[in-house]
Design a protein around this ligand. Structure first.
Ligand SMILES: [Zn+2]
Length: 315
């Protein structure tokens, strides 16, 4: 054998053994997270959807929650519910901005290891009901939120394709998809990134037109757009149908379902099986959505969750 051939053989064996080793090592670890790894920096896309003046102005909800003429729910303004910039974690605590703030909540719960910020964008669906909807049944089913989410994502795809419009899906694909088997907390070593949008929330202003939907569902629909090459994966986000309700509690609640398959503690249903038994006084991340009903004493994750997500160590 020539020296070069021997070298190639050695390199091949080295690569193969590493591939096998990596395969053997790819076991599920809860701290990697399912939809995203809950450490490092994550930018979430929050899409606030209204239905146009003709419809919105007829919907009677408290304008201090989401006024018909405002692009977003009221608590989006002034970074009262999310931070929009990583620099905000360095500011001294301001109660008006930081109490009941989701970015601050994750930052504190993770002991400073997880910085979640949110970009908000406003979309108006002003033809209701929509005149034509072409649904690919392989991608979309026909439940209400999937139909409306498709309209929203198609709108954003058009914006993305229009060079005059500043919207870029690429701003929201900074990480790989962990599915528990890989650490996607840092995008530096995961290039090329996977074209799956990291996490997206579609939040509708409440409307009787969309029927009588649940408050929120822990999926955002599968959607792919061949023009921009980005896709939304159904468990990398959630859909909220009543934007006037508590975004703070619901956000953390739905993220918990999608991040680590967290079931309800309050006997509401068995989202991922009957792992917990009902306890009205219990607390944890999915209980936060019940704060407004006075059913939980603490607005905190519980110790098990913080350990399971890698936010604290067992001592
Ligand atoms: Zn739930």
């Amino acid at each position: 054998m020539k020296a070069s051939k021997i070298l190639i053989t050695i390199i091949s064996i080295f690569i193969l053994s590493n591939v096998l080793y990596a395969t053997l090592q790819s076991t599920s670890i809860s701290t990697n997270g399912k939809c995203f790894t809950p450490s490092g920096d994550l930018k979430v896309l929050f899409i606030a959807v209204r239905f146009g003046e003709n419809v919105d102005t007829t919907i009677k909800i408290d304008p201090s929650l989401w006024d018909a003429y405002k692009s977003y729910p009221e608590n989006i303004y002034g970074n009262k519910i999310f931070y929009s910039d990583y620099n905000m974690f360095n500011l001294s605590v301001d109660s008006a901005r930081d109490i009941n703030n989701i970015s601050q909540w994750y930052y504190v719960m993770s002991d400073g290891n997880f910085r979640l910020i949110v970009d908000t964008i406003s979309v108006i669906i002003d033809t209701m009901p929509p005149t034509e909807i072409v649904i690919n049944s392989n991608v979309f089913g026909n439940s209400t939120h999937q139909i409306y989410n498709k309209i929203v994502f198609d709108t954003l795809a058009n914006w993305h394709a229009d060079p005059k419009h500043p919207f870029d899906w690429g701003n929201y694909d900074n990480r790989c998809y962990p599915n528990y088997v890989q650490d996607c907390s840092n995008n530096d070593y995961n290039f090329p990134i996977d074209s799956i949008i990291d996490y997206v929330v579609v939040c509708y202003r409440w409307s009787p037109i969309t029927g009588n939907p649940p408050t929120a569902v822990a999926d955002v629909s599968n959607w792919s757009d061949i023009t921009s090459n980005y896709k939304v994966q159904t468990n990398c986000g959630f859909t909220q149908f009543r934007g006037d309700r508590s975004i703070f509690g619901l956000f953390i609640h739905e993220v918990s379902h999608t991040l680590y398959g967290c079931p309800h503690y309050a006997c509401a249903n068995d989202v991922v099986g009957n792992y917990f038994y009902g306890q009205v006084g219990g607390w944890g991340a999915v209980k936060l959505s019940e704060v407004s009903q006075g059913n939980t004493p603490f607005m905190t994750a519980n110790a098990w969750e913080r350990w399971f997500l890698g936010w604290i160590e067992m001592k």
